[in-house]
Structures are given as C-alpha cells and as structure tokens.
Design a protein around this ligand. Structure first.
Ligand code: NDP
Length: 463
C-alpha cells in the first residue's frame, strides 16, 4: 500500500501541534503532566509516520536502534538522581550535536553516489555540521563541569576572544570552499575546527553561569536538528528543531535577566566564577553562630510568619518530605508559612518546584522571587534549607563578588535567619556567603533532612 504525501503532511502537522501544546503545558506545573502527555503523543505520531515513509525499506537497523536506545534510556531514567538531571540533559544534547554531524557525513556520501550534490545541499550540510560539532563538544564540557569531572572555574587566557573569532572565520572559510568546490577535506577541517570551538566556548564559562549554558546548548541542539531537517527534507524535523532552538534561546534570555547577566557576555565566556578560587576576604575568618535543631524549633514555634527558602542542599538530602511534615505541624500551630523560590535555585530551572510538588506542598504557598521578596522584612524567621548562592547579599553589595548583579532572595532582611547546611563550604559559585556572619543569622549544621526531622520531633514533643 502506498500512502499519499498528504498523509505524511497531515501527520507531521498534527505532531507539530502536539509539540506546541506540550511546550505550552510545560510552562506551568499545574499543566506540566498534560504537556508531557501531548509531547509523547506527538513523538509517537512522528515516529510511526516516519516509519511508514516510502524511503524506509529496511526496518532491522531502525528496530535495533529503537530497542537499544530504549533499553539504555529506561535504565538511565530509572537510575538518575534528580540532582544529576542538568548533566544528563547536557549529555543528551551532545548526542543531538553528534548525530547532526554524522547525518551530514552520511547524506554527503549517499548523495555523492547518486550525483545529487548541489550548492544548497552543501550549504545545509556545512551549517548542520558546524552547529552540531559546537553543540557536541560544548555539551561534553558542560557535562564535565556539572559532573565535577572538570573544575567549575572559568578557564580564561589572554586573547581568547580573538582566538575564537579567528577560528570561527577559518571554519567559515573552509565551509565556503566545501560549498563552492565540493571539496570534502574542507568539510572535515571545518568540522574539526568547530569541535575545537565547542570546547573553547564553554571552558571559559564559570559555574554561576552554567544554567544559562545548558539552556543555550539546548537551543543550539534544536538549531542543529533543524539544519538536519533541511538536509533530509523533513518538515517535522525543521519545525521541531526550530521549536527547541527558539524555546532554549528564550529560556536563556529569561535566565540571563534573572541573574542580571548579559547574554552576550555569557556566550563569549569568562564570566561567573573569576573569584571562585579565593573565598570572600571580607567575610572569611569571622565567627558564626551555631544552634541546634531544637533551638530552631523553639524559634519557629514562637513565630507568626515563617518563610522557607529551599536550595540545592534540599535536593541532595531529599528533605522535601520532612519539610512537608514540618509545614503541616506549623500550620496546625497557626503559623503562616510560605516558600520562596529563586529562579536558579538547585541545579536546573524549576528544580525546587518539582521537589516541593513531589511532596505535595500546596502550590498556593510557593512563591517566585519577585512575588515574595518584599515579605522578608515582615517575617519572624527565614529558614534557609540548603540554599547558599541565591541568598548571598554580596550579590547586592560587593562589586568584587562574581555573584554581583544577580538578583537574590532578600533573606537578609528577615528578623531572624536560620540556615541548614553541613559545613562552612561554599555553594556552586564557590564564594563565601556574607549572610552567615550577620548578627541575626544562626547556622544549624547537619544534613537538612536530619535537621528537619529533628525539628518536627521537637515540635511534636512540645504539643
Ligand atoms: P548552592 O549550590 O549555592 O548551595 C547549596 C548548599 O547546600 C551548599 O552550601 C551546601 O553546603 C548545602 N548542602 C549540600 N548538601 C547538603 C545536605 N545534604 N544537607 C544540607 N545542606 C547541604 O545552591 P543554591 O540553590 O543556593 O544555588 C544554586 C547555584 O547553582 C547557583 O550558583 C546557580 O547559578 C547554580 N546552578 C543552577 C542551575 C539551575 O538551573 N538552577 C544549574 C547549574 C548551576 P554544605 O556542603 O556545607 O552542606
């Protein structure tokens, strides 16, 4: 049976609509589940329609790929910790980049065999391979930094931007030669330089800017897929790639705004951790006040308004269920409890929202930074659970801090501040936190889950 081209056009259009509905659903946690279902439906439709294409003759390699990839995917999805999600995303982006390069090479040889190599196709192959190669190695470096195989400090050296600019121009020159003269060695040199550029562009980016990098690479991988769509004359791949590319670029822009960074500075690199190696001299060495979980329970019990600020440490200790119990017991005691979420708290956008939703903390009491920042001055206790960089007042007051300019949660304005963490170690950006040394701040040392459970026990005892 031969299916009409309209069948494929309509199927691909329907799949694109499902992807758009999926993205729309993912914009709010209330509709995220439905959004995911739409996206899965769109992907299933896209795969089935593609398998029915008349060009597909042999299913054996495709089946091997789907089954092999499916097994690896399921194994990773069931094992992966929530805290390791950003590096997993970076690793997956690297596959998208690599496949764009491999598709370009494969298409070149198959079209060479049947003599269909025009300049437009050679241009598409160059574009796909350049973007794919940069995405591949850039994502590998991002993976290495997030997995802490590579240091999170930026690697900066003199003349770096000029070197990158020169390499970009040389790569484009070889790409132009490949297009005009159909000279395959030029294609290989162009791809090799692009692989090097991926390394050089991400290595200079420091830890504090890593979320933006992951989102930018997400965008690049979308554009690489879109370029591959042109190469394969596949409309669905063009639209889907453009959706991923555009949404990644918009997310990067929003994150840059939230961190008060210029997107150009982040892309060019060398920002976000220049001082990470030397903890803040102004604050280091000063004494801190350390209290027990029971002391904190007493302070909470005598408060009428408490704001809880979760951060990466909550994810590490998986404290969200103990926090839910803490919230319930405080509610029973008529204490007004709210949660404050910073846009880059944790290790991926929405990280804290996902964990709080998992423990069924009502979303009406979970507030974004801009919604709650003016309430810190009216609360009795701000309880910071495993957050560090996102509450560091140096971001407002210390021009020498690598965090300077990043909007923070105004925890320092609270009447009393309690911070749950295990040691005096710095957060992701590697800088000391001036907040620890405030006279109204106390540290509760220990794993956050253990601390929260101890507070719950103390509050129950005082019933
Ligand atoms: P931070 O990384 O600044 O700090 C986390 C704190 O949690 C540390 O000080 C650590 O201190 C503490 N901690 C770790 N494990 C535990 C535990 N088991 N129990 C108690 N405390 C613990 O986290 P924030 O959420 O404040 O900030 C996020 C940072 O990550 C920002 O710099 C952001 O730019 C960056 N980032 C964000 C991404 C995103 O998309 N959200 C992606 C990648 C990076 P100690 O070791 O002493 O316990």
């Amino acid at each position: 049976m031969t299916l009409s081209p309209d069948f494929f056009g309509i199927s691909y259009l329907a799949a694109s609509i499902f992807f758009i509905l999926g993205l729309k659903g993912l914009s709010s946690h209330r509709t995220a589940l439905r959004g995911n279902l739409f996206a899965m439906l769109g992907m299933a439709l896209a795969i089935v329609a593609t398998l029915l294409q008349p060009e597909v003759h042999h299913y054996i390699y495709i089946a091997a790929g789907i089954i092999g990839g499916g097994i690896v995917g399921i194994a990773i999805a069931t094992k992966i910790e929530m805290t390791a999600m950003p590096q997993l995303v970076a690793a997956f982006h690297s596959f998208v980049g690599l496949s764009a390069v491999l598709v370009a090479i494969g298409t070149y040889f198959s079209h060479q065999a049947n003599g269909h190599l025009d300049k437009v196709l050679l241009f598409e192959l160059s574009a796909g391979s350049i973007i794919g190669a940069i995405t591949f190695t850039g994502s590998l470096v991002a993976f290495g930094k997030l997995q802490e195989i590579l240091g999170s400090n930026p690697l900066v050296f003199p003349g770096q931007h000029y070197l990158n600019l020169a390499l970009t121009l040389v790569a484009l020159g070889f790409g132009a030669n490949f297009m005009m003269a159909n000279h395959f060695p030029s294609f290989l040199i162009m791809t090799g330089i692009s692989l090097l550029l991926g390394f050089l562009l991400v290595l200079p980016i420091g830890g504090a800017d890593m979320p933006v990098v992951v989102s930018m690479l997400n965008s690049y991988s979308g554009w690489a897929a879109s370029a591959t769509g042109f190469t394969l004359a596949n409309n669905l791949l063009i639209t889907t790639g453009a959706l991923v590319g555009a949404s990644g670029a918009i997310l990067s822009y929003i994150m840059c705004k939230a961190m008060n960074r210029s997107i150009i500075s982040v892309i060019l690199g060398g920002f976000g951790g220049e001082h990470a190696a030397s903890p803040h001299a102004s604050a280091a060495g000063k004494p801190v006040k350390s209290v027990s979980a029971e002391d904190l329970a007493f302070a909470l019990e005598n408060s009428s308004k408490v704001i809880i600020v979760p951060g990466y440490g909550m994810a590490v200790s998986q404290a969200q269920h103990a926090i839910k119990e803490l919230f319930q017991i405080m509610k029973e005691k008529n204490i007004d409890v709210k949660f404050a979420i910073h846009p880059v708290a944790g290790r991926m956008p929405g990280h804290m929202n996902v964990l709080l939703a998992e423990s069924e903390i009502p979303h009406e009491i979970v507030f974004e930074m801009d919604e709650i920042n003016n309430e810190f001055s009216t609360c009795d206790v701000a309880f910071v659970i495993g957050a560090n960089d996102v509450v560091n007042p140096a971001a407002k007051s210390d021009k020498t801090s690598p965090l300077y300019g990043m909007p923070i949660l105004d925890v320092y304005k609270a009447r009393n501040i309690f911070i749950s963490k295990r040691s005096m170690k710095a957060g992701y950006a590697g800088v000391d936190n001036a907040l620890f040394y405030y006279p109204n701040c106390s540290l509760v040392f220990g794993d956050s889950k253990v601390t929260c459970e101890a507070i719950v026990a103390a509050l129950k005892d005082s019933h």
